[in-house]
Design a binder for this molecule. Structure first.
Ligand SMILES: [Zn+2]
Length: 113
């Protein structure tokens, strides 16, 4: 959406970054979609606990024209990556542990027999 450079109501020249006309108070553009702290925390938690859904938020917020939202998006993707890495490491470790338990159990069984 193109930002008007003059107020649509009183035609005063306005700053492109202003949300309202300084002269008459006319709303100049839709307030940028913002996130509450709770929503940000929820996004981070969801990214961390339910890895693939973090990518959805990450890509959604990375497309916004707002540095703060882009940061949220980037962090959501980073958290998704960290969470996936932890999941993979835990899986590998538990498979190793399981195979070692199986190995030692088998050895005990063979030695005691
Ligand atoms: Zn105005």
């Amino acid at each position: 959406m193109e930002v008007p450079l003059a107020c649509p109501r009183c035609h005063t020249v306005v700053n492109p970054d202003d949300y309202f006309c300084a002269n008459c108070g006319e709303k100049l553009k839709k307030p940028q979609f913002s996130l509450s702290h709770w929503k940000v925390i929820t996004i981070y938690l969801v990214s961390f606990l339910l890895p693939p859904s973090g990518l959805y938020f990450g890509l959604k917020y990375l497309r916004q024209n707002d540095e703060k939202l882009k940061k949220v998006g980037k962090l959501a993707i980073v958290l998704t990556g960290v969470s996936l890495a932890i999941t993979i490491i835990m899986t590998v470790l538990s498979i190793r542990l399981a195979s070692e338990i199986i190995k030692s159990t088998t050895q005990d069984y063979l030695f005691n027999f």
